[in-house]
Design a protein around this ligand. Structure first.
Ligand code: NAD
Length: 478
């Protein structure tokens, strides 16, 4: 079994107190590695390293910082296969998706590096003669990034690349479920010319290592991706030092299928959005609203497509469509939401059970009909390959049910009537809406949740600006 060490100030350092966490392969239930269960002292060392390295990095022209990031992206592309296997082994996603994750991560780092020549300030007209007002975008300093387990490798880049191109340094804490890929990332980082101390990665629990990051007065920005519950705790901890927070939290994305939809296309897109990564994606289609006149035809198509999805151990069979749930708790949550909804009158059309003959936490592809708005499957984040379907009569009804949620991350509309589609888009209260396509965002967009789905956002120009603060300079000539 492999043992990993924290990466602090350009060095792999073993834990001083020797406490470790064991990492499990969710496809088999087997232990695959141990990692440091970092305490406050180790997190403090990482923050100090980041603090010391940041000023010299910020003093470099942004285009030079970008060259370092391009070098890192190139090196990641040389290691796609071993990185994909590592991600797949600890997280359970298919090898195909893990390869996409690594390549997308490299592309994302390149994309952010390209902003080096595009960060622009402003010259503002003054009320006074002979005065210029300049607005500069400046780095924040030390950024803390706290990672989830579902796209653990990509999330390193989503936090690190904008932080670094803007002149910040970063301390990242990996999820306790998926720390291995972060340390494999560090091995590659260690071969680049990126100065020591700019990117530090520690493993550990949220209650100890995570809290040590969020409570530190030396951290200028906490960027977190994970659950609403943890996001709320992080915000409370950040309040003590008035640290800026950037929160990417959970979702309960509605997909609205109207009588004017291309039903094949809608069923294909919704199946893809529900099966990818075993349904464990924040912007996955989590509930479907279908218009009564096409409900039967659409449901039949969706059931066929869901039943065709094959699951299994992704490292043993490259052709499976999805792997296991991340852990027992993830599996148990699906069962409990399904059980309570069935008790309330929902009907399982396909699936609904543990994957037979498998040791890991597998769940069958499942379609549930006769769902109503108050059921747990329609209200709570499922994070699994289960689609609840609710039938509606009028578009007003569909919009009102779709918006009836604490979350506000993503949503989708399926209709070939452009007026109808745009009207629905206009009335949906979500940070992201997909029209006639699967749920998956682009790096140049802006991934930002409304309501309890988060504060601020990631990606593109607007995501980049989360990692900077402004300085306005008033220059009076005499
Ligand atoms: P989680 O909230 O359980 O844990 C995320 C991270 O927070 C882990 O690293 C954990 O150790 C840390 N943590 C826990 N308690 C902490 C505390 N008190 N202080 C500091 N850190 C703490 O989330 P998860 O189960 O890893 O991820 C799944 C959730 O993430 C889902 O709800 C999903 O929708 C959401 N998610 C959102 C996005 C997005 O872009 N909006 C993307 C991916 C996942």
């Amino acid at each position: 079994m492999i043992h990993y060490s924290n990466y602090i100030n350009g060095q792999f350092v073993g834990s001083a107190h020797g406490e470790t966490l064991t990492v499990i392969n969710p496809a088999t239930g087997e232990a695959i590695s141990t990692v440091p269960n970092s305490d406050e002292t180790e997190v403090a060392a990482a923050i100090t390293a980041a603090e010391d390295a940041q000023p010299a990095w910020a003093a470099l022209p942004a285009v030079e910082r970008g060259k370092h990031l391009h070098e890192l992206a190139d090196k990641l592309r040389e290691k796609v296969e071993p990185l994909a296997r590592c991600i797949s082994e600890e997280q359970g996603k298919t090898l195909g998706l893990a390869r996409v994750e690594v390549n997308f991560t490299a592309d994302y780092i390149d994309y952010m590096a390209e902003w080096g020549r595009r960060i622009e300030g402003e010259v503002i007209e003054s009320d006074r003669p002979k005065e210029n007002i300049f607005l500069f975008h400046k780095p924040i300093g030390v950024v803390a990034g706290i990672l989830p387990w579902n796209f653990p490798f990509f999330l390193i880049a989503r936090k690190m690349a904008p932080a670094l191109i803007c002149g910040n340094s970063i301390v990242l804490k990996s999820s306790e479920e998926t720390p291995n890929n972060a340390f494999e990332f560090c091995k590659i980082l260690d071969e680049t010319s990126i100065p020591a101390g700019l990117i530090n990665i520690v493993s550990g629990l949220g209650a100890t290592a995570g809290c040590a990051l969020t409570e530190s007065p030396k951290v200028g920005l906490i960027t977190f991706t994970g659950s609403v519950e943890t996001g709320s705790r992080i915000m409370a901890a950040a309040a003590r030092n008035l640290t800026k927070v950037n929160l990417e939290l959970g979702g309960k994305a509605p997909a609205i299928v109207t009588a004017n939809a291309d039903l094949d296309m809608a069923a294909t897109a919704i199946q893809a959005s529900r099966v990818i990564n075993s349904g464990q994606v924040c912007n996955c289609a989590e509930r479907v609203y279908v218009q009564r006149s096409v409900a039967e035809a659409f449901t039949e198509k969706l059931v066929q497509k869901m039943q065709a999805a094959r699951f299994g151990n992704p490292l043993e069979d490259e052709t499976v469509d999805y792997g296991p749930m991340i852990n027992q708790a993830g599996y148990d949550k699906i069962v409990s939401l399904l059980d309570s909804s069935v008790a309330a009158g929902a009907k399982v059309l396909c699936g609904g059970k543990r994957g037979a003959g498998e040791n890991g936490y597998y769940f069958e592809p499942t379609v549930v009909v006769d769902c109503t708005q108050d059921m747990d499957l329609v209200q709570q984040e499922i994070f699994g390959p289960v689609v609840p379907i609710v039938v509606f009569d009028t578009l007003d009804e569909a919009v009102s049910m779709a918006n009836d949620t604490e979350y506000g991350l993503t949503s989708s509309v399926f209709s070939n009537d452009i007026n109808e589609a745009l009207d629905l888009v206009d009335r949906l209260n979500f940070g992201e809406t997909y029209v006639n396509r699967e749920h998956f965002e682009a790096m140049q967009g802006y991934h930002a949740g409304w309501r309890k789905s988060g504060i601020g956002g990631a990606d593109g120009k607007h995501g980049l600006h989360e990692f900077m603060q402004t300085q306005v300079v008033y220059l009076q000539r005499h």
